[in-house]
Write a protein that binds this ligand. Sequence first.
Ligand SMILES: [Mg+2]
Length: 325
Amino acid sequence: MESAPFADLVTLIDQYDYFLFDCDGVFWHGDSEIEKGFSALRHLQSIPGKHIYLITNNSSRLRETVIKEKLKPLGGEDFEVPLDQIYTSAYITGQYIRENLIKDDAEASIKKVYVVGQQGLKDELKKAGIQVINDHTNGWAPSSDPSMSIEEFSSMEVDPNVVAVVAGIYHDFNYRTLCIASLYLQLNNATFLATNNDRVFPTHVPDRKCPAGGSIVAAIASQCPDHQKPQFMGKPNPQIFDIIKREHPHLKDAPLSKFLMVGDNLQTDIKFGNNCGIDTLVVLSGNASLKQALAAQLSDDKDSENGKPTHIIPYFSYSQTLKFD
Ligand SMILES: [Mg+2]
């Protein structure tokens, strides 16, 4: 297995036309670029007939903010990815709610959601025309008390128009937040939508992985009535692929064999590619180790939570023949 397992970027770019990318662990860790990732992306963009789409399970930012806080600072001020080629789990969640839970303007004027997540998630839902009950622009302010007594819990007023609890990464998550989410699930039978189920995300320190949105989802899921389970909006749910194809009609007739999903996470990115019926490339610059990637590639267990990668590469700019600036 010495040099055999790794694909070469030149060959991959030749083979595929439509590249779906995860972001964290592929192009950046926090505020640091992963080796030459943006140079490789620029190269790909410069080739006629090649198309890129960014799909992140991170729900904490508006799509505009992904451009402002990540793509421009790391890729350069002149680096461009159109807004409609960026898909966050927050955006996908908004689309899902408008199609399934709050279908028209009449419903949108009444029904609301409770969000356990960062302001970017709330803002993305509001852009989809969804009322967020705990948004500061509605006069809501977070309590300074992170705890909640049994007395307060037992007598707290619950808005009957809250139809969904939406959860993602939330840096201020506490017991009070959990109690309020629990009340909406118990009393309103609210639908529980999870932006993602990522347990951890990588940091620039190899042996330190940070709790991700899935850890908060798991805490809230423990409060669900027996019949109620979280519905996961982000990868590996293939509905994202349907939304991308719907919003980019030229993709409808593109052969699946020309798509490649690129990501660092076997359970989300690679499983997503498998669920969509397209080839996948796992990079080793984030979550998955070489050992895990090889084991998943050799496995025939379709029930495994790990997806089966088509290709493995150390990082998305790895090439034996092409040198990036
Ligand atoms: Mg990732």
